[in-house]
Design a protein around this ligand. Structure first.
Ligand SMILES: [Mn+2]
Length: 410
């Protein structure tokens, strides 16, 4: 069985109010081509199809058009789950129409996919949080958990539980219980998969996710993920990555597009996964193009910025413009820059004072807490801090004795 794992499409997402639908369309064209070229049997979309609970009509149309073309009259099966950005009800509204195109949609952990024909394939069994599919004679059991908010999780966890409810105080405990409940559906004669939209402890965020781990309460340790699964397709984190401690079985697909300037340092991608019953998955990373790069232009002067905007006027890119200057940038200069180069997101004058402040912040980061405190004390009190005071402070900061304080300096 050949699977393509993607997620976090965030259709309708803008960059400082500017539409990115064109880039999203370009990606989806590529995506459909990649599905065809690789003869994919099952597409898994691990949540955050849209960027908001109320996606625009354009974003919805783009999604439905894509699903229809993906299916190629039911040849490819597609499983879509809701992420924290999606409205569960709205996402699955077209579910009944989608069935004949081989599309399965799940809004909440409590959703159940109806058994029956899906395009040219079949759902042979299902229940809350799991689906058993058959594609060309191959069977796969998929544990499918759309974004489990606290409330949505509680709807599924308290039934059929063999543990004392009071013992499952934390969100993580309850997720572990859900994994345990659903793992029972995995079998030796099926391919065993999982798809969800979660934040696994230690994953590296890239800045364009909306935090779902409110105060750490939605964090899940990778140890808890079901060991029986041959592949775990995750959504939420926008940087593609392998989740540590899972024998490389759990992965984030990441978003297909660079959604913020903090993401521009890495390539976006998809995971292609080949699976057979009882065997380790064969996994390939398929890199994606950067459809319209986000760039930071650091210019030494206003003249240089004007020159750069002239030179790069016709190259498609989003620009954060930073200009070193010792005076304000005049309105007519801003207009000139924006007339020359469209898609300038912001123009930031960097004054000598600001440069100095940045330098200070940078050196602050390099200094130990002890050094910073010594300097602060000297500046405020006009005298060196006494050793006893310093030790007392370090003790409070570290919460341990001064041996620890010594090691804190490193
Ligand atoms: Mn997301």
């Amino acid at each position: 069985m050949k699977i393509l794992h993607t997620g976090d499409w965030h259709l309708g997402k803008t960059l400082e109010g500017l539409s990115r639908l064109e880039e999203q369309e370009e990606f989806l064209e590529d995506f459909i081509r990649i599905v065809r070229e690789n003869d994919i049997d099952l597409v898994m979309i691990a949540g955050d199809v849209y960027d908001s609970f109320n996606p625009s009509a354009k974003a919805e149309k783009l999604f439905y058009d894509t699903l229809k073309r993906l299916s190629e009259n039911g040849k490819t099966l597609t499983l879509v789950i809701a992420g924290n950005h999606d409205s569960p009800d709205r996402l699955v509204a077209a579910g009944p129409l989608a069935k004949e195109h081989g599309i399965m949609m799940m809004g909440t952990p409590k959703s159940t996919i109806e058994v029956g024909e899906y395009g040219r394939h079949k759902v042979v069994d299902s229940g809350e949080g799991f689906i058993e599919i058959e594609i060309n004679g191959e069977k796969a059991v998929i544990m499918a958990i759309p974004f489990p908010s606290e409330k949505r999780l509680n709807e599924v966890i308290y039934q059929g539980m063999d543990t004392d409810i009071d013992k499952l105080a934390s969100y993580e405990d309850r997720m572990a219980q859900l994994f345990k409940q659903l793992s029972m559906y995995y079998r030796n004669d099926t391919i065993n998969l999982m798809v969800s939209h979660l934040f696994i402890t230690g994953s590296e965020e890239s800045g364009s996710e909306r935090s779902i781990q409110l105060g750490g309460s939605y964090l899940i340790n990778s140890d808890l993920l079901p060991k029986e699964a041959q592949y775990i397709a995750l959504g939420h984190v926008h940087k593609p990555q392998i989740v540590g401690g899972t024998l490389k079985k759990a992965r984030y697909a990441g978003s297909p597009i660079h959604y913020s300037k903090r993401e521009i340092g890495f390539t976006k991608s998809l995971w292609k996964v080949e699976l057979k019953v009882g065997e380790a998955a064969i996994i390939d990373q398929i890199p994606l193009r950067t459809y319209k790069p986000i760039e930071i232009w650091s210019c030494e002067s206003i003249d240089e910025a004007i020159q750069k905007c002239t030179d790069d006027a016709n190259r498609a890119c989003w620009v954060y413009l930073e200009i070193k200057t010792d005076r304000y940038i005049k309105e007519n200069e801003i207009k000139e820059l924006k007339d020359l180069k469209k898609d300038i997101i912001s123009i930031r004058p960097i004054t000598p004072e600001e440069l100095q402040r940045e330098k200070e912040i940078k050196t602050l980061r390099e200094k130990s807490f002890e050094e910073i405190f010594r300097e602060f004390y000297l500046k405020e009190r006009g005298t060196e801090v006494a050793q006893e005071t310093l030790e007392a402070i370090m003790k409070i900061v570290i919460g341990e004795d001064t041996d620890e304080a010594d090691s804190f300096k490193n």
